[in-house]
Design a protein around this ligand. Sequence first.
Ligand SMILES: Nc1ncnc2c1ncn2[C@@H]1O[C@H](COP(=O)(O)OP(=O)(O)OP(=O)(O)O)[C@@H](O)[C@H]1O
Ligand SMILES: [Mg+2]
Length: 411
Amino acid sequence: MLNRVLKDKLYCGLDIGANKLKVGLVQLKDGEPEILGAYEHPVHGFKDSCVHDLNEFSECIHQVMTELAAKTGVHVKDIEVGLDGNLVKIRKTSAAIPLVDRGNKVIAAGDVRKLNKQARLLGVKMEEEVLHEMPQTYLIDDINAAANPVGLYGRKLAVQSLMVVSDVDKAKNIIKSINHAGYEVRHIFFGSYACSHLLLTPDQRRNGCVLIDIGATVTSILVFHEGIIKYVHAIPIGGQQLTKDIALRLKLNFELAEEIKRSYATAVSSQIQEEEVLVKRDNAYIPIKHGEIYQAISDRLDSLIGQIDDSIRASNLYEYVGSGIRITGGGALLPGLIERIEEKTRLEVSLAQIQQLTPRNVSNAAVFATAVSCAHRGWQFQDQGQMTAQQHVDWGRRLINKVKELYFEYF
Ligand SMILES: Nc1ncnc2c1ncn2[C@@H]1O[C@H](COP(=O)(O)OP(=O)(O)OP(=O)(O)O)[C@@H](O)[C@H]1O
Ligand SMILES: [Mg+2]
């Protein structure tokens, strides 16, 4: 029983990134979620967004979970999975339903559910699975836009939604690998979206805010306004391409180029361009100028920053971004990038910080935000499953509303 209570209070998020697996553990302490730890492990058996070796990938999951257990002293069985990058697709969808043949009626919650289901069926392909469905606006009788149409009169109801989908087979193979490693999958989230719940405050989401997640292979742009997500776009550039550019230009292997990038690369041309660093290549030390490292990544960076700016403007929400830009993901740690994005977009930019949780043992929020956020979302979802005293009251109200809806529908 004690174990059960303890188990219920632990939530583990697993962020499946292109190069690294990251895990985050959140514990509920006195009713408040707190970060217990976060760790990463290189990915093996997973390539081009697919499991390509079940045993190798399972072993990798097993290792990162064992490491987490060793460092935190607790074991978990259930995992909240975060998918990002090329594993998810964002799509717009819309649908409309007639409410009655003649006259009008009060729109019921059931009508909205039916409409959303219709939009989901129209927006998703056979081989896809819906991770999130985000209704944007409801339109009553083609003219009246409503955030929540329940209780309003109408004859026709339409919706425009954003859908986050994932390939069914790819997701199934990931679940199978996790099961193979001895764990169960509780939920699957779009990682960058899960992040937004911990990295942005409700005020920022209401005022208008952009979250940019710069991963290894993909940069995701999420624009929030009026409290909801309004626009998502993926740019196929991430930190890995910068490493490859350094490797190619300076004729280094990927690992060494990655080390150099993390230690010496900057997004702005500095005054120490002529200064040299010594790099070991083919058993000999060779000098490389700071300027050469900067030159190696400069075109790709220009392209990334340009596409970020284009994307925010293409959202048609630029003028509503009152709370500026927050950046996250490992790629966001490149020195000078914040200033470059600020200069290009003319919006205030800062590194996103984990809000609400005590950030114990998390030295690098940009890298671990997704894993920790998935764990946190897992807790929020679990929490929603249990009826609180307030929800009992709401349940009573919902029953009364249902009776009212039926009354309006038939009389
Ligand atoms: N200090 C740093 N300076 C510059 N780049 C860094 C730094 N730390 C990490 N990165 C880069 O961040 C990238 C990894 O970021 P992250 O862990 O968010 O990606 P991921 O989640 O594995 O990828 P994706 O989300 O695309 O699947 C790598 O390309 C890495 O080189
Ligand atoms: Mg990521």
